[in-house]
Design a protein around this ligand. Structure first.
Ligand SMILES: [Ca+2]
Length: 224
């Protein structure tokens, strides 16, 4: 026990010093029991959703983007993907009604291994964004997305530029590769921002058909 604790100490220090690139982390598999009893705060077009701070055991949980995905995934969910204005309205309403400062979504910039050499994703700041929960590509960031009547990306941010602006890169070399909905942080109302993925935030989970189907097929008779 003592030996393993000693081994963990330097690893912990390494993680603390390099928040943006914790090594050796993976996506979590769902837990059948958790999937069957997952929190269901609201329902929209066949999917359940919940806000992390409304679940007693997650009330004070603020985590980086990958950990947030994994909390959701244990429940057969993933971070919320916002493909339509109706769905965006539900997310904004939850944020407004509960005075939520910000949340993680599953929005991600395709700037990792496997995204190289894809001319259809260039320039990345406009064409390189997708919903990681279902791998659906987002509309170009510089125009009104399909299914919306306005552009949900904020018109301002740290550099007073429209989002995404990758502003943190100039500060400490960290890319802003994850999509957070911020509540008036830049006096801009509730709006989408690209944010560095290591920041710790509460999150909204949405049912993952892929994970629900996986648990249903491997647990005959389970009620989800
Ligand atoms: Ca930004």
């Amino acid at each position: 026990m003592r030996a393993s604790l000693l081994l963990l100490v330097p690893l912990g220090l390494t993680l603390a010093q390099r928040p943006a690139s914790k090594p050796g982390r993976f996506l979590s598999l769902p837990n059948a029991q958790k999937c069957a009893s997952r929190p269901k705060e609201f329902f929209f077009q066949g999917h359940n959703y919940f806000y992390s701070a409304h679940v007693p055991q997650l009330r004070n949980t603020r985590v980086d983007w990958l950990d947030a995905r994994n909390y959701c995934r244990e429940y057969c969910m993933d971070l919320v993907s916002i493909e339509t204005q109706q769905e965006n309205n539900l997310v904004y309403k939850l944020i407004r009604d509960n005075d939520v400062p910000y949340i993680w979504t599953s929005g991600r910039l395709c700037d990792f291994k496997g995204c190289e050499g894809r001319r259809d994703l260039e320039p990345k700041s406009i064409y390189g964004w997708f919903w990681s929960a279902n791998r659906v590509k987002m509309s170009p960031t510089d125009r009104t997305p399909a299914g919306f009547n306005f552009n949900p990306w904020s018109q301002t941010g740290h550099k007073k530029l429209r989002q995404p602006d990758n502003a943190e890169f100039e500060i400490n070399g960290t890319n802003e590769s994850c999509l957070s909905v911020l509540n008036n942080v830049y006096n801009d109302g509730i709006a989408w921002h690209d944010v560095a993925c290591y920041h710790e935030k509460p999150f909204i989970c949405e049912d993952s058909e892929e994970l629900l189907n996986y648990i249903a097929s491997t647990n005959p008779g389970i009620r989800l």
